[in-house]
Ligand binder design. Structure first.
Ligand SMILES: NC(=O)c1ccc[n+]([C@@H]2O[C@H](COP(=O)([O-])OP(=O)(O)OC[C@H]3O[C@@H](n4cnc5c(N)ncnc54)[C@H](O)[C@@H]3O)[C@@H](O)[C@H]2O)c1
Length: 320
């Protein structure tokens, strides 16, 4: 099996590539080592993948149609997992243009390039951010979409584009509305790794809205497991969207206290809410479970332990 993974130096792309390589698949990985967060960490991930013979890396920018087209032409693969993107809700209020260039035009470029290829399916990352602030929980795929920031809007556009291209390409395209993915090799701009990094660097961690937020934390091993299930695609040449979430929500203040129990030296400062943040994410995963055999999702106790162990063992703070 040959698989193209975009955003392979990133948290989710890397984690999936590693699992696939361990199982003997051939992986073509693409990334431009964007500097939104530590490039050292991204290179560490790719170097780990380069230890596998069946891994090939391409330093490519998906917003450059010509170069993307030239390279993709030369390789053959059966599946595409698209994770290359500009992530982060808060940064999307600072640099909205980048979300249009990378997330919207970049995805469109990839779909156009794939028009000329014979592939079985495309799986791409959407986000729980498409839901924005909701009143009724848990949110299902049928809930209304009301993005609260340019990042969420770029993901709504991706879903619209995927709907159009599933008819043009006549292959299954699957959108994953991912909910706060965390765990080993995670992103340093996100709450858990950011807090651990502050603790190790003896810096003050600024907690927005005094932690009065709720998040549906989804462990990376569950996301990888869900992604792998789509290799046995059951959705017959159409576009389908699934929530990928643990189906549990946790208060950030409570989680901060759990982390403070491990690290009593943690320095936390309460600051005001950020306009890009939603108050609560809490997803309904019953549609996904009704269609695919998915193992039980990990709880936060397990996921947090694994994340802390990884952070300490690899001394990740040195690379952030
Ligand atoms: N991590 C989460 O909690 C979460 C939640 C919802 C959705 N998502 C989505 O999942 C996908 C992967 O997220 P992640 O957490 O792994 O993020 P990440 O930033 O770790 O990975 C994205 C990768 O894309 C690469 N990239 C950025 N611009 C590029 C470009 N122009 N050309 C080629 N590569 C480029 C980056 O260098 C990075 O390695 C993204 O689409 C993100 O929006 C993530």
């Amino acid at each position: 099996m040959k698989v193209l993974i975009t955003g392979v130096a990133g948290f989710i792309g890397f984690s999936l590539a590693k699992k696939f390589l361990e199982e003997g698949y051939s992986i073509y990985g693409l990334d431009n080592y964007d500097s939104y967060y530590s490039v050292k960490l991204k290179k560490m991930r790719v170097n780990k993948l380069k230890k596998f013979k069946k891994f090939k890396f391409y330093n490519l920018d998906i917003s450059n149609f010509k170069k993307l087209d030239q390279q993709i032409k030369k390789i053959n693969f059966h599946y595409v997992y698209h994770f290359a993107a500009q992530p982060g809700v808060r940064y999307s209020l600072i640099n909205p243009k980048k979300y249009i260039t990378v997330n919207i035009f970049g995805f469109q470029n990839l779909l156009r390039v794939l028009e000329k290829k014979k592939i079985k399916a495309i799986i791409y990352a959407s986000s729980s951010s498409v839901y924005g602030d909701q009143k009724k929980f848990p949110v299902s795929e049928k809930s209304s979409l009301k993005a609260k920031n340019p990042y969420g809007l770029s993901k709504i556009m991706n879903e619209e584009m995927a709907e159009i291209y599933s008819k043009i390409l006549k292959i299954p395209i699957i959108g994953l509305r991912l909910f706060t993915v965390y765990g080993e090799w995670g992103r340093p701009d996100m709450y858990i790794i950011k807090l651990l990094n502050c603790i190790y660097k003896k810096k003050v961690f600024e907690l927005n809205n005094a932690g009065n937020h709720y998040r549906d934390f989804t462990h990376i091993s569950d996301v990888v497991n869900v992604c792998q299930n789509f290799l046995i695609c059951k959705n017959k040449n159409k576009h389908e969207i699934f929530n990928v979430c643990s189906g549990k929500t946790i208060n950030l203040n409570l989680l901060t206290n759990k982390i403070k129990k491990i690290y009593p030296q943690a320095k936390i400062k309460n600051i005001s809410a950020n306009n890009a943040d939603v108050y609560k994410t809490y997803g309904d995963k019953s549609f996904l479970l009704s269609r695919y055999k998915i193992k039980k999702f990990k709880d936060i106790k397990y996921g947090l332990k694994k994340t802390v162990e990884w952070f300490e063992e690899k001394k990740i703070n040195k690379f952030l």
